[in-house]
Write a protein of this length. Structure first.
Length: 241
């Protein structure tokens, strides 16, 4: 399935950043890249942090391949951090997290394509070709998630809901935004895992979303996109250390 990518121009791919922590799959990605983009420079990283360090060393990729599950981050937050650093570079998400909700979330956040990790090599090559041509690649069988009207809220309302979180909920939401699982959140906050789950249920209800992925997208998009001056400051302060 292929959709036109609005506002993105086709262009040559001379360099690619691959962020994936599985050696065998990383090697397969390099093989596919060399097949589609012959002679391209490939820089690999096994964590998001290492990928960002590569960018700080003046490496400027024409495309990025990103796994959502990395040692230092899991979920949409890693994509959003990378997107903030490379707003004009197409990012193809390659992940074993393949629910329609996850795929929809990364597409809404600006991904140039999504390839399941169990997809055949032919699909990966097709995705690379589509993205190079300015298209958005969607996996076979993907069905767009129908959004309820209450999810189409503006940034002012998002900022208000963030401000309404309790201090404990705010700490937990920050950890969710950097990809920490419930068990790790419980350890870092010295709480029972059941208590963490109860707080998450409450904060999801307060934010008006159904799961952690939607919550992270909501909070981080408010920080990246902004609204009025006051609301933008609230969202950015929420995510600051």
């Amino acid at each position: 399935m292929r959709h036109e990518a609005l506002g993105r121009q086709a262009g040559p791919v001379r360099s690619v950043l691959v962020i994936d922590d599985h050696p065998l799959y990383g090697a397969a990605l390099e093989t596919a890249l060399q097949h589609v983009f012959e002679g391209c420079e490939i820089v690999t990283a096994t964590t998001l942090g290492d990928g960002l360090k590569a960018l700080s060393k003046a490496f400027s990729p024409d495309m990025v391949l990103l796994d959502l599950k990395l040692p230092d981050v899991t979920g949409i937050s890693g994509f959003l951090r990378l997107r903030a650093e490379l707003p004009d570079v197409p990012v193809v998400v390659i992940s074993s997290l393949t629910s329609d909700e996850v795929i929809q979330a990364v597409l809404d956040a600006g991904a140039a394509g999504f390839v399941p990790k169990d997809a055949p090599m032919a699909d990966l090559r097709a995705a690379l070709c589509d993205v190079r041509g300015g298209m958005t690649y969607l996996p076979k069988g993907f069905t767009r998630v129908r959004r309820a009207p209450e999810h189409q809220r503006d940034s002012h309302d998002i900022a208000r809901r963030i401000a309404e979180l309790t201090p404990q909920q705010t700490r937990i939401m920050k950890l969710i935004c950097v990809g920490k699982p419930n068990k790790q959140i419980a350890y870092e906050m010295d709480l029972a895992e059941a208590t963490v789950k109860a707080h998450i249920t409450a904060l999801l209800r307060r934010l008006g979303v159904q799961n952690r992925t939607q919550a992270a997208v909501l909070v981080e998009s408010a920080s990246l996109d902004g609204a009025g001056v006051g609301e933008q400051s609230d969202a950015q302060a929420f995510l600051s250390n």
